[in-house]
Design a protein around this ligand. Structure first.
Ligand code: HEC
Length: 233
C-alpha cells in the first residue's frame, strides 16, 4: 500500500489506545513489541480468522437440497457458465487461488474504472501488481479476490468505486474496463458483452448473496455488517 511495515508501526505507536490494544492482543507472545514484524503476524492471524465455510452455498454442496432456492441455483449455473465468472473466481473459494493446492494465483487485468459508468470509462490509475513486481505484463493486474461474504463487503474493486453488486454486474456485462471504452492494451477479461438477461444478472447476485457466512466475524462486526435478508446460520 505504498508504505512499509516499519512506517506502519511508527504510525500505530503514536496512538496510545492502539498501543494498548496491540499489547493486549499480543500479550501471550514473548515478543509483543509494536514493530513491523508483529504487525504482519497480527494481520496474518486476523486474516486466518476470516474463514467462512458455512454459507448456504456450502450447505447445498454438502447435500442440503433446500439450502438454495431455484434462483440462486440458476445464478450459480450462470456464474460458472455463460458469465464465465468461475474462470477467474475459482470454486470453492471463489478467489484466484487455484485448486487443488490453493497456493498460487495469477493476477488478472479487468480494468476497474474510476467511476461505475456505462460508457467512456476512465481506467483507475493504480498500476496494480506491476507496481510491486515491475513486470510489464502485470500492468493494471490485480489479485482475484474471494467472493465469499461479498454481499457484506461493499464497496468493490481495489479502489472501492463500485458501490453495489448491480454496478459490478453492469461492469462485467459490458466486457469490463476495456469493453466500456477504457484504453487497456492487455485485458485478461474478454471485452465482448456477456448478453445476460436482467433475470440472469439478478440470479447471479442472488447466488453471490448465498455465499455469505459471517459466523466467524465478531458479534459487533456482524451486527454492523448484516444486511437485511441474509441468513447466517
Ligand atoms: C478475467 C478474470 C475475472 C473474471 C472472468 C471475473 N472476475 Fe471478478 N474480479 C477479478 C479481479 C482481478 C477482481 C479485482 C479487481 C480490482 O480490485 O480492481 C475482481 C473483482 C470482483 C468483485 C469485487 C470483489 C471485491 O471484494 O471488491 C466482484 C463482486 C466480482 N469480481 C464478481 C465477478 C462476477 C460476478 C463475475 C462474472 C460475471 C466475475 N467477477 C468475473 C477477476 C475476474
Amino acid at each position: 500500500m505504498g508504505s512499509s511495515q516499519n512506517l506502519a508501526a511508527t504510525h500505530l505507536a503514536a496512538d496510545s489506545t492502539l498501543r494498548a490494544d496491540f499489547a493486549h492482543a499480543l500479550a501471550r507472545r514473548r515478543d509483543s513489541a509494536l514493530n513491523g514484524r508483529n504487525i504482519r503476524i497480527a494481520l496474518a492471524a486476523y486474516l486466518r480468522s476470516l474463514d467462512s465455510f458455512d454459507s448456504r452455498f456450502d450447505r447445498a454442496v454438502r447435500g442440503d437440497t433446500l439450502a438454495l432456492d431455484a434462483r440462486e441455483r440458476c445464478g450459480f449455473t450462470v456464474f460458472m457458465g455463460k458469465a464465465r465468472c468461475g474462470t477467474c473466481h475459482f470454486a470453492p473459494l471463489f478467489s484466484g487461488v487455484m485448486p487443488p493446492e490453493f497456493t498460487s494465483s495469477e493476477p488478472e487485468i479487468i480494468g476497474a474504472a474510476t467511476l461505475p459508468v456505462l460508457r467512456n470509462a476512465r481506467l483507475d490509475p493504480d498500476s496494480g501488481r506491476a507496481g510491486v513486481d515491475h513486470l510489464a505484463e502485470h500492468l493494471f493486474a490485480f489479485k482475484v479476490p474471494t467472493l465469499r461474504n461479498v454481499a457484506v463487503t461493499a464497496p468493490y474493486m481495489h479502489n472501492g468505486a463500485y458501490a453495489t453488486l448491480e454496478d459490478v454486474m453492469d461492469f462485467y456485462e459490458h466486457g469490463g474496463g476495456a469493453g466500456l471504452g477504457a484504453p487497456l492494451s492487455n485485458p485478461t477479461l474478454p471485452t465482448s458483452r456477456l448478453h445476460l438477461s436482467a433475470k440472469e444478472r439478478r440470479a447471479v447476485i442472488a447466488f453471490l448473496r448465498a455465499l455469505a457466512d459471517t459466523s466467524s466475524a465478531s458479534p459487533r462486526a456482524r451486527d454492523r455488517l448484516q444486511p437485511k435478508g441474509i441468513a447466517t446460520r
